[in-house]
Design a protein. Structure first.
Length: 453
């Protein structure tokens, strides 16, 4: 067995490079999602806290301004010469609103009929009188609070009947929240920049970590590929010798005891199956090792002629099961590729269609061209594949549950090989299937395919 060169630097194969970038992409996507949610939650928390502080300041200011309502109703000059504030025992702060009012705040007094009485402050806005908290968007953004003032505001704790309580006016206080918006904007920018730097560092570290994490797995996979390829190659010669010897004996039945004839036939059949399995494994190993087995024998291939050859070779199997094969070639399509491998591709697909279609079933083959793609469909009325199993049909050694019967032989490599050949030709293969109704495989091949020499 060929030993890998221990001196050459280790390089991840394209398969593992793709896996590496997928893992890194998913990790970054998750981190971006977590960071975005964290930023939103922190932003909302700070915004709620800041606006709550504004509302508390406005409430204290409104309660203080309510003490001046009666005086302002009697004399509007009370705004300029406020009366002396005395302790009234009503449970709020006994401070005059002049001592509490800050720049960027305004106070408005209204009587019981919502008639404007007076204003203190330079904030200008237009809004109907609405009880409770209110937010005005604009320049600057403003937070409003409107409270109702009752006649027993200064009752000093005396018990007064509800029937004796009535509205004497309203107080509306306002505060510009422009500074809060500015602070929240700076907070958001800080989070965003910090988040980008963090994601950049995580991405850089992830590139290194994913390579180191995948390195042992990639080495093991490479060794397995090497073993599969070498073992398949080494098995070809003894299998060929066995097959040749058995065929020679089989060609001289007079030399074989009648009781041994069936045994010899079984040996020949088993040897043929082993030979096909070894050839399939060798092909997949060469594909996995990125050996460009398409680089030679690239020719222009008329797909009609190629499909006719495949049909001719499999016609006895279809006739044996009385399967009706319909062919529709809508256009003459020529592609570039390896004729042997493309023949193997369609042989695998058509052989599967015949194998899994019951007697007197139907198979339909269509060939057409759309833009710069050749589209080949092979549709059967066979046993079909369940929707749960469809994602696995191109996996190696995988066979559907309905196909695992002694009457239907197979290794589970045919579709894996078909997919490898299509991908080597820069094409695509898809499948649609319904259980107990049949399957339809569609192959897309580019009309002009470029291969590296």
């Amino acid at each position: 067995m060929k030993q890998p060169d221990s001196n050459r630097p280790f390089v991840l194969s394209p398969r593992f490079q793709s896996l590496r970038w997928q893992i890194l992409g998913y990790s970054l996507a998750i981190m971006i999602g977590i960071s975005a949610i964290s930023i939103i939650l922190v932003y909302q928390y700070f915004a709620h806290s800041l606006y709550q502080q504004v509302n508390e300041r406005l409430k204290v200011l409104a309660d203080s301004a309510a003490h001046s309502l009666e005086a302002i109703k009697k004399d509007k000059n009370a705004l300029i010469n406020p009366p002396i504030r005395r302790l009234d025992g009503d449970g709020d702060l006994d401070l005059s609103w002049q001592n509490l009012q800050q720049s960027g705040q305004s106070i408005e007094w209204f009587d019981q009929d919502q008639k404007f009485l007076g204003k203190s402050g330079k904030l200008n806005f237009s809004s109907p009188l609405i009880l409770g908290e209110q937010t005005l968007s604009g320049k600057p953004p403003i937070q409003l609070l409107t409270i109702t003032v009752y006649n027993n505001k200064h009752s000093q704790g005396q018990d007064i009947n509800a029937s004796e309580t009535y509205i004497v006016g309203y107080i509306r206080v306002a505060e510009s929240t422009e500074h809060i918006h500015a602070n929240l904007q700076r907070l958001l920018w800080g989070f965003s920049i910090g988040n980008l730097l963090t994601l950049g560092l995580i991405g850089f570290g992830g590139i290194i970590l994913t390579r180191q994490a995948l390195k042992p797995l990639a080495k093991s996979y490479e060794q397995l590929q090497q073993f599969t390829g070498d073992a398949s190659h080494e098995l070809r010669s003894p299998l060929t010798a066995i097959k040749t010897s058995v065929e020679v004996l089989h060609s001289h039945p007079e030399r074989i005891h009648p009781q041994d004839w069936e045994k010899l036939t079984n040996i020949l059949s088993a040897t043929e199956q082993m030979k096909h399995l070894v050839e399939d494994l060798l092909l997949l190993a060469r594909t996995d090792n990125d050996l460009d087995f398409m680089a030679q024998d690239i020719v222009n291939i008329p797909l009609e002629d190629l499909l006719d050859d495949v049909l001719l070779s499999l016609e006895p199997q279809a006739e044996q099961k009385a399967i009706n094969v319909k062919v529709h070639y809508f256009q003459s399509v020529i592609v570039q590729g390896n004729a042997f491998q493309l023949q193997r591709l369609f042989s695998n697909l058509l052989n599967n269609a015949i194998k899994y279609t019951p007697s007197e079933g139907q198979i339909k083959i269509t060939l057409q061209q759309e833009e710069k793609k050749a589209i080949i469909q092979i549709e059967d009325s066979g046993i079909g594949i369940s929707a749960e199993q469809l994602p696995f049909i191109f996996d190696r050694f995988w066979r559907a549950e309905s196909a695992r019967t002694p009457q239907i032989k197979g290794t589970g490599l045919g579709l894996a090989i078909a997919e490898s050949i299509v991908q080597a030709h820069e094409g695509k293969i898809t499948v649609k299937s319904q259980l107990n109704k049949g399957s339809c495989f569609t192959v897309y091949l580019p009309i002009t395919t470029h291969f590296q020499e």
